[in-house]
Design a protein around this ligand. Structure first.
Ligand code: ADP
Ligand code: MG
Length: 274
């Protein structure tokens, strides 16, 4: 006996909640997709973020730099709901108040984060990892009883092309190089159709060639996605940056093009520890 007869529970009859429902409600008509205003975060009296304001435009690729301890990771934690600010506001589009949502709800709404340690399954192939990422978007019984339709197949193959792994889509992820694993991880995030992607130190441990490929990948994703990249490597930042935000002591020190940033005496002083 079939527990869920397919004529009663076909994929086309499933409710499409979550990402798709919220997608239509993200109001980016004024430009920004993220509004952070007057944010402060204290840890035992120490201000990790201090009256910080930041606006990220819909579809832009923003680079975030700053010395160790400047508050970069804390800023990402605030956006994803991991850390709550003491004061300030965080809006997704003009209307969605992220401070009223918990971490899973924020992720479901389309803000996702790539951590350094990939959460891929070594024993599964590249394709299967992406298939799993597609399904974890849904309910458990959907995961158990659903078969991929051709549209979903196409989507997985499209992502495989995007992340440059078409030559090894049947390879078990455990055999991928370090860089390829990072791209697969990005591919798994893309399966969730994120509006905003937060990427903390994406090129750590990569070869020179992998770094170049990662730059191309991130550049190809802007437009469809808004991306915040935190990275120390200035050569890499230069290769992808249009607008750079410099954080220092929990606040925005300055914003601009890479050339503007590198010639700014305040930035030079902060980095040289003057
Ligand atoms: P960055 O990522 O720019 O290096 P972080 O956001 O990790 O900086 O940290 C900013 C400051 O806040 C640092 O001084 C750090 O020690 C402090 N900090 C971060 N998280 C915590 C925490 N959970 N408890 C106490 N202090 C913290
Ligand atoms: Mg950090």
């Amino acid at each position: 006996m079939k527990l869920f007869p397919s004529h009663l529970f076909g994929a086309d009859k499933l409710p499409s909640w979550g990402v798709h429902l919220v997608d239509g409600q993200i109001d980016t008509s004024h430009g920004p997709i993220l509004y952070l205003e007057d944010i402060s975060v204290s840890f035992d009296g120490f201000k990790a973020l201090n009256n910080l304001s930041l606006y990220i435009d819909n579809g832009e690729l923003r680079c975030l730099i700053g010395p160790n301890g400047a508050g970069k990771t804390t800023l990402l934690d605030v956006i994803t709901g991991k850390t709550r600010p003491d004061i300030g506001s965080v809006f997704f589009g003009q209307t969605i108040d992220l401070l009223k949502m918990d971490e899973p709800a924020i992720a479901q709404a389309g803000i996702c984060r790539k951590f350094q340690k990939p959460s891929i399954f070594d024993a599964l192939t590249v394709f299967e990892n992406l298939e799993l990422a597609l399904k974890t978007n849904r309910t458990t019984w959907y995961t158990l009883f659903h078969r991929l339709n051709s549209e979903q197949h196409d989507r997985i193959n499209h992502i495989i092309n995007t992340i440059g792994l078409s030559d090894c889509h049947q390879l078990r992820a455990g055999f991928l190089s370090h860089g390829q694993k990072q791209w697969l991880e990005i591919g798994m995030l893309l399966m969730q159709e994120p509006k905003v992607m937060l990427v903390d130190e994406p090129i750590a441990g990569m070869t020179h060639q992998e770094i170049e490929r990662t730059a191309e990948l991130l550049l190809s994703l802007q437009g469809q996605h808004s991306i915040i990249v935190v990275e120390h490597d200035m050569e890499f930042i230069r290769s992808i940056a249009s607008k750079v935000t410099v954080l220092h002591e929990g606040s925005v020190l300055t914003e601009g093009t890479m050339d503007e940033i590198q010639n700014d005496p305040r930035v030079i002083q902060v980095y040289l520890g003057g």
